[in-house]
Design a protein around this ligand. Sequence first.
Ligand code: AMP
Length: 287
Amino acid sequence: MRVTETIAETRALLDKERATGRTVGFVPTMGYLHEGHASLLRRAREEADVVAASIFVNPLQFGANEDLSAYPRDLDRDLALCEREGVDVVFHPAVDEMYPSPNPFTITVGLIGEKLCGASRPGHFDGVATVVSKLWHIVGPCRSYFGRKDYQQLVILQRLARAFDVPVEVIGCPIVREPDGLALSSRNVYLDDEHRRAALVLKAALDEAAGLAAAGERDGGRLAQAMAARISSEPLARLDYAACVDPGSLDDLGTIERGAVLAVAAWLGKARLIDNMMIDDQTVTPA
Ligand code: AMP
């Protein structure tokens, strides 16, 4: 496994691999890796000849009052996990390497970046789109793997690749959960025992709404209300949003006709956690 810190070395290495006809699978991360990240690395390992990962805590996607300096880091453990998962190249750049100052250009995502998480994290998706665009330019043509845990991010990056004709295939992968249902997140480390227990309310709210949908409820607004009520019933949780949205546009759905995404976000103490669940055609019982 090679660990690279410069753009030039990373690009040269992967260009050389592609020149011999090998395909590249790429998994961008902010480190503090867990089984969710490992599942993406494994999928890349199965589908590509060469697996590249990046570990970079991207300052551009953190708001002024967010947890950039506190964001958990453990490079040695991350590298051990990458080695174990058969990663070939880990790109671990310094902030200066990615953003030599001044950095005049950023991508503006627009309306789709202002919905759901974007409402409480202004500029977040501009930062995500900017860093992933840079990473795709550095890594070159590849299949790039993302978790559906960050569903809005996945939709935005699929649009980004299409909008700029980036030679990258964006692949969404299933959410990995703890045995009790909590979605894995690097930010779960912020949870004390009480908040860890209370955090289960996110998945419980999604399950409840999915159950209502399976029982015939097609009113997206009512599903959103049910999730909001469930999360608000937990004293240690502070609701950010609960929504039932169209899987492509992320617009709130009045009536569910085909698929929908149930999406929730809440503060549990210092941790802002998100989760979501797809409702497909089969789950929605025909009238
Ligand atoms: P992060 O390091 O949080 O930026 O996440 C890097 C990638 O891992 C993103 O594509 C995330 O969606 C994905 N990811 C994070 N948590 C999970 C999870 N529990 N299940 C699946 N993918 C995940």
